[in-house]
Design a protein around this ligand. Structure first.
Ligand SMILES: [Zn+2]
Length: 509
């Protein structure tokens, strides 16, 4: 592909490989490309084929039959490809990365700086593809960019070649070999410089770390990236298992917007400062000693890129677990006290406006609470399981058993239920599929404690732990129960890591 900085246009081609079963010769293929971008021509088996536009954003290609196809034995898949030429003025992002589109920016020295952010909106905003999270290019992608030779072009995976052309142009070719979400495939074009480092992964591999920043930011970026990238990898490989794209390496690439989880080429725009643009999102002080964007966006390599949800209704699996990765980063490097405090801090930002799982099949994300409530809920879930080595085993197991797969929230929930043997489904339904936060009602007299849950579904029951001189494990339900509690135990000793509201019952009890 070739972007034109002056006219704000892109032209290029995309070869899409696909496979199908013998006998089901495909005659049509739907491809997404959003207006005002357009398909110019399509080739199938080296012949030009016809195509038509359906609505604003999708196209139908007519794949003509070709009797010369090689017959192969039953049960194997046939593979073929289409070559699509496209061009146009892509939608330009007004407020990246929150809205989507191309970014034709200028760096501080007035030079072109171009990239894309298109999560949610979809990659078809700039190139033709099958634009659905459930349909990843499962053999990776090759990205070829033609740019003025004064600039450098970076994309996912590893650099294959740089070829000089006439007219002072260079062709950069990058290749990612692992499955990748369409929205993660992204060019970065600007006056970049590079340095490299190595990290000894828990797999025993030597993982290549490669950093790309604008030339004038090299001095500021070097200590920041060199400090927090190895810290991130140490924490996340401990909690989640090996970095999931070892073959493609790990890269941080400076971007004109705040950041995005582009697989193996994380977009970074946090100004080489700690916190989230210098702020601690939790308001507790625990979020100010590390670079939020390096930690958060890299956390997505496990939850979003390794494990991808099929439908964006389940995006809490991406954002909730990744926000929780911040908690686990703090715990790994600063201890549990900081992790608890940070998690309670971000919980104050929850709005509970609507459920964090959206509507399926209609491109609906669910509440923005998927970040803070997702993290708060996972901390609650961890307290419920009350076995940290099992909890860590589940986080690692998810990344191993769903390695490079697309899944549903239900798959994650079933995995927790299976591995813990606990009846957790009502808990998932309560916190993910409603916006009601349970209330723990209590009445305390001498050595008796009466407890029940309200503001929740009837089936909800919660194992909780009360810490006193001794620890007592009890299970509370929506019916009043009276507990004989041992000395020193009171309602105050129920951990604040559980995400519910405590309320004294009215005196009529
Ligand atoms: Zn995120």
């Amino acid at each position: 592909m070739q972007p034109n900085y002056v006219t704000k246009t892109i032209k290029g081609s995309n070869t899409i490989q696909f496979s199908y079963k013998p006998g089901e010769n495909p005659e049509q293929m739907q491809i997404d490309l959003q207006s005002p971008m357009q398909i110019d021509s399509v080739f199938f088996q080296k012949r030009k084929i016809s195509f038509s536009k359906r609505g604003m954003n999708s196209w139908l290609l007519s794949l003509t039959k070709n009797n010369s196809r090689v017959r192969i034995s039953k049960g194997l898949l046939l593979t073929d490809s289409v070559l699509i030429y496209y061009s146009g003025n892509p939608r330009i992002a007004k407020n990246a990365p929150w809205d989507g589109g191309w970014i034709f920016a200028t760096d501080k020295m007035g030079r072109p700086w171009m990239t894309v952010a298109c999560q949610g909106l979809g990659a078809s905003v700039w190139y033709p593809c099958k634009d659905h999270q459930s349909d990843e290019p499962d053999k990776g992608a090759t990205i070829r960019m033609i740019v003025p030779d004064s600039l450098v072009a970076i994309a996912n995976g590893r650099l294959q070649s740089i070829t000089k052309r006439k007219n002072n142009e260079s062709v950069y070719e990058w290749k990612v070999i692992n499955p990748i979400n369409n929205y993660n495939i992204v060019p970065y074009i600007g006056k970049y410089v590079n340095w490299k480092d190595n990290y000894s992964s828990i797999t025993g591999n030597n993982l290549e770390l490669s950093y790309w920043v604008l030339d004038y930011n090299l001095e500021k970026a070097t200590p920041q990236f060199n400090r927090d990238t190895p810290r991130m990898l140490a924490a996340f490989e401990y909690w989640f298992g090996p970095y999931p794209f070892q073959e493609d390496g790990y890269k941080l690439v400076e971007s004109p917007h705040l950041g995005m989880e582009h697989q193996s080429a994380i977009a970074y725009g946090n100004g080489f400062a700690n916190g989230y643009r210098g702020r601690d999102l939790s308001g507790t002080g625990w979020g100010k000693d590390w670079d939020y964007i390096i930690i958060h966006e890299s956390g997505h390599e496990w939850f979003a890129n390794n494990i991808t949800t099929k439908d964006i209704a389940d995006m809490w699996v991406h954002e909730g677990f990744t926000m929780y990765s911040e908690v686990l980063f703090i715990e790994y490097h600063y201890g549990r006290e900081g992790a608890d405090a940070y998690c309670r801090g971000v919980r104050t930002r929850i709005r509970n406006d609507r459920p964090i799982i959206g509507q399926y099949g209609v491109n609906d994300e669910g509440s923005g609470d998927m970040y803070n409530k997702g993290a708060g809920f996972l901390h609650h879930l961890r307290e419920t399981i009350n076995n940290d080595s099992l909890f860590r085993g589940i986080l690692k197991g998810l990344n191993k058993d769903f390695y490079h797969q697309t899944i549903d929230s239900k798959d994650v929930e079933a995995y927790f239920i299976q591995k813990t043997g606990l009846p957790l489904q009502p808990l998932f339904d309560q916190y993910l599929r409603t916006n009601k936060i349970p209330i723990l009602e209590y009445a305390q007299t001498n050595n008796k404690l009466k407890l029940r849950l309200t503001n929740c579904n009837e089936q909800l029951s919660m194992p909780i732990r009360i810490d006193g001189k001794q620890t007592q494990n009890i299970t509370i339900t929506t019916a009043w129960q009276e507990f004989n509690i041992s000395e020193g135990i009171s309602i105050k000793n129920i951990s604040d890591n559980f995400y519910f509201t405590k309320k004294e019952a009215s005196s009529s009890l």
